[in-house]
Design a protein around this ligand. Structure first.
Ligand SMILES: *Cc1c(COP(=O)(O)O)cnc(C)c1O
Length: 386
């Protein structure tokens, strides 16, 4: 049996895969089972932010791997402490909890919000407001947080205590806060899975103010927008707001599983020994790689991300077949006149691998992609949209 037959025989049937097997890569290039070369415009859904096999990252990971691959959280361990320190220094966070995925980072944020409110206002303040069209993960609780009914179907009952509002509807959120006992509002700066839809700046600033006035925690889900993706280290920095909790994952580990939940002033002491935990969380190998990545995401590097953003926008915005482009930094959604699946297939045939988000073509290239590769990829995308 070939790989496709074995996959459908033995792998749980949750993914509609493209008919391509990726076998290796280097930098922004990926290679399939036939040796065909592709430019990676998806990075495994925003994960490999320095591309495949980045030498600095590989050597940081390898050194840790051959020293000690795991300790459990029963002992002190330096890689996770170093990573937490640099994250706090660069974001203003006070403390970090490490997990292994985006959903777990959000679970940790949700639990913290409920605990904060339970101690400060009363256990009945358990409600969390999230936005329609959001995506926060696949566990029962993060599904409940996800404001899209299609994901809920067949998994009811979900965790209770989630209320939904439309992005931009500050008045609606105000009303929900007045009528319910609310502990937190959770947002993605750009709704990624929802179709690369950035939240408006006035809305986000208004929300920050509303939360502060009511001592409601503002949780920012930066699982996809974090770690340089938007041209700022974290998306919230681009909006100039001060959240109470920020979750991240995807690009943080550069390709190894790692989630982080960052706590700011109000929330730094919510968790106490025994109230949350993870066996793998803060794995030394993942953390050593992530430290290398976060260290390199400095302002010069982020300026380059913005230049690449500008280049893509300039090339594509008035191009035939392109209706609109949304997003920030190197997280972009292209609305096309042609059916997006057709555009995607043509890109794949011509050696470029973007992904989809709803009805849009989604670009999440390596942040360090060369202008040369970017140029080639943009040409292919341009032609595919025509
Ligand atoms: C991908 C994603 C998640 C879920 O992350 P997993 O690592 O798949 O659990 C949560 N929130 C956002 C915004 C995401 O893009």
């Amino acid at each position: 049996m070939n790989i496709k037959e074995l996959d459908s025989k033995y792998i749980a049937n949750t993914y509609a895969r493209f008919p391509i097997e990726i076998v290796k890569g280097k930098g922004s290039k990926l290679y399939d089972e036939n040796g065909k070369e592709y430019i990676d415009m998806g990075t495994g859904i925003g994960v490999s932010i320095f591309g495949v096999g980045d030498e600095e990252w590989v050597s940081a990971v390898t050194e840790q791997l051959t020293t000690l691959q795991h300790t459990s959280n029963l002992y002190y361990s330096s890689p996770c402490v170093k990573l937490a320190e640099i994250l706090c220094e660069k974001t203003g966070a006070k403390k970090v909890f490490f997990s292994n995925s985006g959903a777990e980072a959000n679970e940790c944020a949700i639990k913290a919000a409920r605990k904060y409110a339970a101690e400060k206002k009363g256990a009945e303040y358990y409600n969390i407001i999230t936005l329609n069209n959001s995506f926060h993960g696949r566990t029962i609780t993060t599904l409940a947080a996800t404001g899209q009914e299609t994901f809920h179907k067949d998994f009811l009952p979900l965790t209770e205590g989630f209320l939904y509002a439309d992005a931009g509807d500050l008045e609606g959120i105000k009303k929900l806060i007045e009528e319910n006992k609310v502990c937190a509002v959770m947002i993605e700066p750009i709704q990624g899975e929802g179709g690369v839809v950035p939240l408006g700046e006035d809305f986000v600033k208004g929300l920050e103010k509303l939360c502060k006035e009511n001592d409601i925690l503002l949780i920012v889900d930066e699982v996809q927008t974090g770690n340089g993706r938007t041209g700022a280290l974290y998306g919230f920095m681009k909006y100039g707001i001060s959240p109470d909790i920020v979750s991240t994952a995807k690009g943080l580990g550069g390709g190894l599983p790692l989630g982080a939940t960052m706590f700011f002033e109000k929330t730094e002491d919510v968790y106490t020994p025994g109230t949350h935990g993870s066996t793998f969380g803060g794995n030394p190998v993942s953390c050593a790689g992530a430290y290398n990545i976060i260290k390199r995401l400095d302002s010069d590097f982020l300026n380059e991300v913005e230049k690449k953003h500008d280049y893509i926008i300039n090339e594509l915005q008035n191009s035939d077949g392109v209706i609109s482009i949304t997003g920030l930094g190197l997280m972009l959604g292209i609305e096309t006149e042609k059916d997006v699946s057709e555009v995607l297939k043509e890109c794949q045939n011509n050696g470029v691998l973007p992904i989809k988000a709803k009805n849009k073509l989604r670009l999440l290239p390596p942040l360090n992609i060369s202008f040369e590769d970017l140029k080639t990829a943009v040409e292919v995308i341009k032609n595919a949209c025509k």
